[in-house]
Design a protein around this ligand. Sequence first.
Ligand code: IFM
Length: 449
Amino acid sequence: MDIKFPRGFLWGAASAAPQIEGYATADGGGASVWDIYSHTPGKIDFGENGDVACDSYHRYAEDAALAANLGADVYRFSVSWARCDPLGDGNWNEAGFEYYGRVADECLRRGVQPVVTLYHWELPQAAEERGGWLVPETAEAFARFAGRMAEYLRGRVKLYFTLNEPQCTVTMSYGDGSHAPGRVLDKAGQFRVLVNQQLAHGLAMRAVKAADPDCTVGIVSTGRHCFPDSESPEDIAAARLAGFDLAGGDPLFTHNWLLDPIFYGSYPDCEGTEWAELAASVTPRELEIIHCPPEAIGYNIYHGKRVRAAGGGYEFVPEYPGFPRTSLGWPITPEALDWSVRYLYERYPAPTYIAENGLACADVVSLDGRVHDPQRIDFLARYLAALSRAAAGGVDLRGWLHWSLTDNFEWSNGYYPRFGLVYCDYRTGERIPKDSYYWLRELIAASRE
Ligand code: IFM
């Protein structure tokens, strides 16, 4: 298998508070928008919710041990804003901070570096009721929380990501309503949410750096990922164009609408389109705050679109009937980890992490008591080989994190899509490492020889 990464490459796995912890309001925590949304009839498949999830609130030490036994260098988890700042107004719940201190310590004790996502969609419900991500006050309140967390964890955490996938917050939480808080807004409303998320990044990054100048701060982005149909220069150029093109799909679900202003201080060129007026509505003062280039960038990549040159531009190549898909119906396209990462690095040449990558399977415990997941092993072998080609192609690739360490609450899909290297029996909380866990452990060990 041709999977090789540069020396010092970090292997890891990731998770997020609402998806694994459960017990959101224990010990003085506040409800997040997900706690309310998941109890709204009809919102979550099979009427499930995140009340208990993997019970990592109590079983976090087992998770840290699983990460360590995997050979992970890093474990990325999120800190729930609502758990620490129940009303989102700076009246801290110390027990929340102490919990995350224990999680970080448990990782460190086992030789795993904690990597913290400061916002993985845990908006306090109270902040949502004051306007949520439609108002800039939410960005300010979030930055206050981020700074306080960095102060609390100073010396224990070296790498922070401010926000996870703002594109999903914009287009799902406040776009089609399929994520909490379930608001359905027009493009202008969604654009304001984007701006407030960008402000949140800028303000939070500055607050974290002020609290702990030695740490590294990044952001995690997702969006349209394209790869060429062939290695002809025309197809390569076509796929590069399609990934960032305003006309290639919803611009709010691209990397460039999020990252261009953050890296370069301006929105992508949209002269003569319906977006021009929206982009012009962002004030110079807002742009100044938003322009805050991250010191590291994380990309969450699961799949991409095949593109070929056509008529001086590009076209998407349709997937054939029976195209390989995950149990969520997502196409299996390892090439995304090679080409899209290269295109992104050309545009945003920052130390790059794949902050999430993995697939959903309908995993079951077999009669022998084990979880056999050959599809995941095959998926990982293909995707990691593709990623190592991007590394060989000059991308400053610092690490890859599997989504996820354990199976977990997959938002509005509930618990049926299983993404973990470790199976979770949600009735008991029992964790069973899957075959892919052992496969990856060997790969990681071999990469260090
Ligand atoms: O589970 C999510 C995660 O929270 C964000 N990125 C995509 C994953 C799979 O859908």
